[in-house]
Design a protein around this ligand. Structure first.
Ligand code: HEM
Length: 498
């Protein structure tokens, strides 16, 4: 007679455990603030079930609550988080870095494939470890740029795109793969000092590995439920193996590129990291993770910016022509010089406006409160609360940018380069423009990214005219990095008169 009772109690325990597990995921935990809205759990799942555009999702589900409350509770990356967007709150977050330390994937979801990939590095580390990484890497990221490397690669990119265009005379070309290869060639050669010939050799093994890894890393199911990586799933085991191979191969390539002894005072970032490892300042693990994050941040963000900038100018042929004329106003020898290009007001405003409206990292959820914090006397965040920010929303605050904050209007940056740079600094310091984060942990690659982007755009503008391929279904990516999805352009070589 005891058996049915045992079975019933086992069944009850199992059901109770499942219900508890599901409610823990579906409902926000009790320590999250009650005086801000909670975005329904299903918001996170939308990208799993239908083709969505993250801009449209934002306008439908997030814009109104974020504009009204400045922060919401939201499920993301396997956890409930507080997403903070109001600039006054964000200014507090960026200023008080010690209250809002980073909590990267290796802290949030330590057993996930994503954590294995990104690990502890200069972007995710905190405290003394971060200081040490930054001291090693900053001089390499901010040293003078050899623009001839970027210009050469940009000319190869333009030629390859035109070859694709000629092959597809009837329609436009998909540009993502070649722009990615271009960005990889730039970062590997210019920052890491060992060239990955991704542009000339589309079968380059590191490029191929990267293409295999990306869909596995950004698989929406695993991004939202990293807990699945706890279990033995053959495809995830394969993903882990690929990630390990990629890190080892990348490190071997950088070592090969620097066969001479590297010194700590080198201006090359790859060399500086190798020297720090040789002198015992960096473990093999930290060497690999910092090389990897340089590779990832150094090619993905620039790639996304190029795609978004080509998109906005394809959509506005008149503006494209105006910027082209401005670049042509420089003597030919200066058209690939970052310093000369930085004196052009329209090019500068177009780039800043693209970065404002389409921040490549539109939403980042990688902080955790170290102590109880009150945001502007309004919202209580208990110690240990995961938080994040959404640059797409913050950068469009109508109180700062005006009622047309959702409109692409480069003229808002003023008439001169001095106006544009002053507004860039003011908006960044007030956390009204957080594309590059801000505060103590501001992007260390910003200078390199802007200089190389100016050269890229100048070479596009002086070599090609482009417009949107009318067959391209105008759409932004569904989640993750924000960019036009699988952008297709129709390209035309410039004639002499142009
Ligand atoms: C358009 C280009 C870029 C954008 C929009 C961008 C944006 C950002 C953002 C938002 C962060 C903060 C990330 C966080 O909250 O965890 C960041 C940090 C960082 N970025 Fe960039 N980035 C760009 C290009 C680059 C490039 C080319 C590099 C070169 C490797 C780079 C290196 C870094 C580093 C090292 C940090 C960490 C700074 C620190 O915490 O001390 N970035 N970037």
């Amino acid at each position: 007679m005891a058996f049915p009772w045992v079975a019933a109690s086992l069944l009850f325990s199992a059901v109770w455990a499942i219900v508890r597990f599901v409610t823990r995921i579906v409902l926000p935990p009790s320590h999250l603030p009650k005086n801000i809205p909670t975005i329904p759990f299903y918001y996170t799942l939308l990208a799993l079930f239908k083709e969505v555009d993250q801009e449209q999702l934002y306008h439908k589900y997030l814009k109104q609550p974020l504009e009204q409350w400045g922060a919401v509770n939201i499920f993301f990356g396997g956890h409930w988080n507080v997403l903070i967007t109001r600039p006054t709150y964000m200014a507090q977050v960026l200023k008080n870095d010690e209250d809002f330390p980073k909590a990267g994937n290796h802290v949030k979801n330590p057993d996930s494939v994503l954590a294995l990939y990104t690990g502890e590095n200069v972007i995710s580390a905190i405290g003394e470890t971060w200081k040490q990484f930054a001291a090693i890497m900053k001089p390499g990221l901010q040293s003078a740029i050899d623009a001839s490397v970027i210009a050469r690669n940009a000319h190869i990119l333009v030629d390859l795109l035109m070859q694709d265009q000629k092959r597809n005379a009837a329609s436009g070309v998909a540009i993502l793969d070649l722009v990615q290869a271009y960005a990889i060639s730039n970062v590997s050669e210019s920052l890491l000092g060992a060239r990955i010939d991704a542009l000339e050799n589309r079968k380059n093994p590191l490029l191929q590995l990267q293409k295999e890894i990306k869909p596995k890393i950004f698989n929406p199911i695993h991004l939202n439920f990293p807990i699945l990586d706890w279990f033995y799933i053959p495809s995830r085991e394969k993903a882990k193996q690929l990630v390990k191979t990629f890190k080892t191969e990348l490190t071997a390539l950088i070592r090969q590129g620097h066969r001479h002894e590297c010194q700590l005072d080198s201006t090359n970032l790859g060399c500086r990291l190798l020297a720090a490892h040789n002198t015992g300042q960096l473990s093999e693990y930290h060497l690999q993770q910092n090389l990897l994050i340089t590779f990832v941040a150094g090619h993905e963000n620039p790639m996304i910016l190029i795609l978004s900038n080509l998109f906005v100018l394809a959509d506005r042929p008149y503006l494209q022509e105006q910027v082209r004329r401005e670049v042509h106003s420089l003597p030919p020898s200066e058209r690939t010089q970052p310093d000369a290009l930085a004196t052009l007001p329209l090019l500068t405003s177009v780039i800043f406006e693209t970065l404002r409206m389409y921040p490549p990292l539109s939403q980042i959820m990688n902080k955790r409160t170290a102590t109880d914090v009150i945001l502007s006397d309004d919202i209580i965040l208990r110690a240990g609360t995961f938080t994040g920010y959404n640059g797409y929303s913050t950068n469009r605050n109508p109180e700062f940018w005006g009622p047309d904050a959702d409109k692409f209007r480069p003229s808002r940056w003023g008439e001169t380069v001095e106006d544009a740079n002053a507004l860039f600094r003011r908006a960044t310091s007030k956390a009204e423009f957080i594309t590059f984060h801000g505060g103590k942990r501001t992007c260390l690659g910003q200078k390199w990214a802007l200089a190389t982007h100016r050269v890229t755009m100048a070479i596009f503008l002086t070599s090609l005219k482009w417009r949107l391929d009318p067959t391209w279904p105008r759409m932004m990516t569904p989640a993750g990095p924000l960019m036009p999805k699988n952008l297709r352009l129709e390209l035309e070589t410039l004639s002499i008169e142009d």
